[in-house]
Design a protein around this ligand. Structure first.
Ligand SMILES: [Ca+2]
Length: 265
């Protein structure tokens, strides 16, 4: 078949040729989008590092809770926590040279239209022997009042344990063989209510009903919470993005758990 024949064929079967071209184009677009969904290449991790570092769990939970903002010992303010539960294994046994140099959380961001956003990280003084943590990184016994909680910024570098040590003694320590990012996002003062009025009306207060007491619409409380995990190794830098889109249907009762996190390579 020479060029002339091809030209004649195209002319004769123009519609079929156009359909084939259209299908090919659709296939290309579909493949591009599918790659994006699988993580795309926005951070360009090497294949080696993607093999060495695996995110095997990425979930988050929402918890709605009340706090006392005027210190009369009655709750009057609605807040919520967004807590990621992420587990990553780090194992460069296939690589010739693999040493973890640093592990950081970067670009922690809160995008909300109501309330005050606070990002919190554990300090190097919070022992893992303390099992009950409050809404921030503190003890349950004497927790920080949300009105006093300070935003700790968008970055946190973790303290690396020596190789082979897998037992962190502080919440901001991590082994070099796995990482579970410790970060809490809190939205403070996303609504308020009158405790005394509710007690009088319902002759009781139920923390499951805080959202209802506040009269806020879940649609107005939604937000996006995101951060990156950066692992610097002797074989290059690995960055993984995590995005938590809190939707209106996650504000039921006291919240939701085991929601899936979107990951971006
Ligand atoms: Ca109060």
């Amino acid at each position: 078949m020479n060029f002339k024949d091809i030209k004649a064929f195209v002319k004769k079967n123009l519609i079929i040729v156009l359909i084939i071209l259209f299908l090919l184009l659709s296939l290309i677009i579909f493949l591009c989008f599918r790659n994006d969904k699988d993580g795309g290449n926005s951070y360009n991790n090497s294949v080696d590092l993607e093999t060495a570092i695996d995110v095997y769990q990425a979930n988050y939970s929402i918890h709605i809770f009340g706090s006392d903002s005027d210190e009369d010992n009655t709750v009057d303010t609605m807040n919520y926590n967004v807590t990621p539960m992420i587990n990553m294994s780090i194992d460069g046994f296939l690589l010739e040279d693999f040493e973890v140099k640093s592990i950081k959380i970067t670009n922690a961001e809160i995008n909300i239209s109501k309330g005050r956003g606070v990002r919190s990280f554990p300090n190097h003084t919070l022992p893992t022997s303390l099992h009950c943590l409050g809404y921030f990184y503190d003890s349950c016994d004497n927790g920080i009042n949300p009105k006093d909680a300070e935003d700790m910024g968008s970055e946190k570098e973790y303290v690396l344990l020596s190789e082979g040590d897998i037992e962190p003694k502080f919440y901001d320590e991590t082994p070099t063989s796995y990482f579970s990012p410790e970060i809490k996002f809190t939205v403070i003062g996303v609504g308020s209510f009158d405790y005394d009025m509710i007690m009088e009306r319902d002759s009781g207060f139920n923390s499951m009903n805080i959202l209802q007491y506040s009269g806020e619409s879940p649609e107005d409380l939604v937000g996006t919470f995101s951060f990156d995990v950066e692992i610097d190794t002797s074989s290059g830098k690995y960055v993984k993005g995590f995005v938590m889109d809190v939707t209106a249907d996650e504000f039921v009762g006291t919240g939701a758990s085991n929601m899936e996190i979107d990951t971006v390579k």
